[in-house]
Design a protein around this ligand. Structure first.
Ligand SMILES: [Zn+2]
Ligand SMILES: [Zn+2]
Ligand SMILES: [Zn+2]
Ligand SMILES: [Zn+2]
Length: 486
């Protein structure tokens, strides 16, 4: 811990332990928006493969282009010899272990199992001094992470024990070197400490354990953001952070009512948030916020007021104009939304995009009657429609839906949120594609203003955005000058 404290001091950071929160990370200098607070390579990481991201990925850098299977184990993939070499110290031992596993059993080796196997192998390699340790890269930091074994349900404990047995089976270490209970506890640690590694557009690529970044606590209105550059996790300030302030990031989706956020945090991370948003629970502002994000719209289509349940429980009353919306009427629409949503999501998962698109449009139509115009549910439906229409290459309609989400994003997220920047980026790309050059310049500029803070500027993703903006600028001024000549 002292060693870590010293290493963090050099980065103008300090760790403190508060009785009600556990470990916290503080800054020891003033920080401006966009400044890097901390970056960390994972102690261990593993790529994921799922429906959202079906491609095989490089074990080291998570790239999915030109990957080849490791000829030793046939489990792990690499994009080339550079990544393979960087991973070799660890993978050479993992490879031998994986190669011995029965072919039928290999299928049951999930990314979580692999992450745990790698955790034990890396601990051993550091213990044997084959892999060097540093103040910010050693197993003691993993040991210091919180687990929540007493909070877990019996079913979960049984599952972790089964997973621990599979890990032991893969490792094949002598009995005295293996502790099933400890492995099970480490699974509980991973579930609340490991981070989902995403690409620059926040699409999940894998999972990694970053024990120093794990010290950073959650806030529903965080002063910092965690973004990945390949396997490197980078924490940047998204607002001015005065010296001596606790650094915070968000662990869960922050667009949602206090009750929704608290529920998500309790379920996965076992704590009650006491951030500046959460302490307002039950106050007028918080009630209004919940009613906007998750409540109903006013009976008067032109009114944007928010609705609260009326005292006689007859329905919901608009706090702006006083109109009552009858309970039965709301229930009727809600009962239409449910089966339509199911139908839409079934069409989507079966890959029928045309059918899914018309079903989601029906859902949107019903939600427009039911939900507040800034409702999160409506926003999610439109996000899904945007994705589907992009897949269908219907750029014109995709742009319509992209534009419709933006006001809700601005309402639901703080100004420097990666999702706000990325949505402007999508909008700009679509406008560019459709020849709306002037609009594209505006949207790409807005994207840049947000993403330069959350993503920095010196990475391939941002280089691409900058060059797109340059091109759009050039084309816009060319169009303007040729119009003038006419
Ligand atoms: Zn690679
Ligand atoms: Zn291998
Ligand atoms: Zn909170
Ligand atoms: Zn109203």
């Amino acid at each position: 811990m002292e060693e870590l404290q010293k290493a963090l001091n050099d980065k103008n950071l300090a760790v403190s332990t508060l009785p009600e929160k556990g470990r916290c990370l503080f800054t020891t200098r003033d920080l401006s928006p966009g400044e890097v607070i901390l970056s960390e390579d994972p102690y261990v990481s593993v790529p994921n493969k799922n429906k959202e991201s079906p491609n095989s990925k490089c074990e080291w850098c998570f790239s999915s282009s030109n990957v080849k299977k490791c000829s030793g184990c046939h489990v792990v993939w690499y994009c080339g010899s550079t990544c393979q070499k960087l991973d070799w110290k660890l993978h050479s031992v993992e490879c031998k272990a994986l190669a011995k596993v029965d072919k039928n059993r290999v299928k049951s080796i999930t990314p979580s199992i692999r992450l745990m196997v790698k955790l034990y192998l890396r601990r051993k390699l550091q213990h044997q001094k084959i892999v060097p340790t540093t103040a910010t890269d050693n197993y003691n930091l993993v040991e210091a992470l919180v687990s929540h074994m007493p909070d877990l349900e019996e079913k979960q404990l049984v599952l972790y024990a089964q997973m621990a047995n599979l890990v032991a089976l893969i490792l094949q270490w002598p009995e005295q070197e293996i502790n099933i209970k400890e492995i099970a506890e480490n699974f509980s640690k991973l579930s609340c400490n490991a981070h989902s590694i995403c690409d620059s557009e926040l699409r999940p690529l894998g999972t990694g354990l970053y024990p120093v970044i794990s010290i950073i606590n959650h806030s529903c209105l965080p002063n910092s953001v965690l973004v990945f550059e390949g396997r490197l996790a980078v924490v940047r300030a998204v607002q001015h952070i005065p010296k001596g302030t606790e650094v915070s990031i968000s662990y869960v989706e922050t667009a949602g009512s206090t009750i929704t956020r608290q529920k998500a945090l309790k379920e996965q991370y076992f704590f009650s948030c006491t951030c500046s948003r959460c302490i307002k629970m039950g106050q007028f502002d918080d009630i209004e916020e919940s009613a906007v994000l998750e409540g109903y719209r006013c009976k008067d289509r032109k009114c944007n007021g928010f609705l609260l349940r009326d005292l006689d429980n007859k329905g919901f009353i608009c706090k702006h104009c006083g109109l009552l919306r009858n309970k039965e009427e709301i229930e009727n629409i809600a009962s239409e939304v449910r089966p339509m949503s199911e139908k839409a999501s079934m069409a989507l998962s079966s890959g029928n995009n045309t059918q899914a698109s018309s079903a989601y449009k029906m859902v949107e139509k019903l939600q427009l009657e039911l939900c507040h115009p800034y409702s999160i549910n409506l926003m999610r439906t439109r996000e899904t429609l945007l994705k589907i229409l992009m897949e269908l290459q219907d750029w014109k309609q995709a742009l319509v839906y992209c534009r419709l989400t933006i006001p809700i994003y601005i309402r639901a997220y703080p100004p420097f949120h990666p999702l706000v920047g990325l949505q402007y980026y999508t909008c700009g790309k679509l406008e560019w594609l459709l020849g709306e050059t002037e609009e594209a310049v505006k949207s790409l500029t807005k994207a840049l203003n947000v993403l330069r803070i959350t993503h920095g500027t010196k990475n391939p993703f941002m280089m691409e955005l900058l060059s797109k903006l340059d091109e759009a600028h050039a084309e816009a001024s060319y169009k303007r000058s040729s119009q003038n000549e006419d």
